[in-house]
Design a protein around this ligand. Structure first.
Ligand SMILES: Cc1cc2nc3c(=O)[nH]c(=O)nc-3n(C[C@H](O)[C@H](O)[C@H](O)COP(=O)(O)OP(=O)(O)OC[C@H]3O[C@@H](n4cnc5c(N)ncnc54)[C@H](O)[C@@H]3O)c2cc1C
Length: 138
């Protein structure tokens, strides 16, 4: 059965707490003290009070940060989660600068990063073709 551990970080409102209750999902709002494992396999989660809750797996939302601040220094805006703001194809507000992957996409998965890269490549190609076409001046 699922359980929610907030690690003491969120103030769940009553309606959310009730929703979990209705689904019989226990909510633990204390800070987590320790994860117990055997050979890397999770066994239990120990809370600060000493209570341990048996668990064999965990999904968590890791905190992320940008590896490169070069786009920021160039003037690309970021959203409130620290992701670069671009158009759907990765085009930024800086001419010729496209961004693809985790640094602009909230869906941190390889398939999304690859799709982002492909979309940016198509748009860059179109932009270069248009430039070349315009240069010919026909
Ligand atoms: C622990 C973990 C497990 C994951 N498991 C999965 C999974 O099971 N399935 C899945 O789909 N996704 C998974 N992901 C997410 C997936 O790895 C990312 O979504 C994907 O790698 C993003 O690709 P990217 O090209 O945007 O960024 P990255 O793969 O992070 O590539 C960015 C590259 O840029 C380089 N770089 C950064 N700054 C600079 C700089 N200033 N100059 C030069 N190079 C620089 C970095 O070294 C890196 O090589 C996982 C991620 C982590 C951390």
């Amino acid at each position: 059965m699922s359980a929610l551990f907030t690690n003491g970080k969120y103030n769940l409102d009553d309606s959310l707490r009730q929703a979990f209750q209705q689904k019989n999902i226990p909510v633990f709002e204390e800070k987590i003290h320790k994860l117990w494992h055997s050979d890397g396999q999770l066994q239990a989660i120990e809370l600060e009070s000493g209570q341990t809750v048996a668990r064999s797996g965990i999904f968590f939302n890791p905190k992320t940060q940008q590896s490169s601040l070069i786009p920021k220094k160039l003037g690309v805006p970021m959203d409130q989660l620290g992701q670069y703001k671009t158009k759907e194809d990765g085009k930024t507000n800086i001419d010729g600068l496209y961004i693809a992957g985790d640094c602009r996409n909230h869906l941190h998965q390889i398939i999304h990063a690859a799709s982002d890269g492909a979309k940016a490549a198509v748009s860059i190609n179109m932009e270069l073709l248009k430039e070349a076409w315009d240069e010919v001046g026909l």
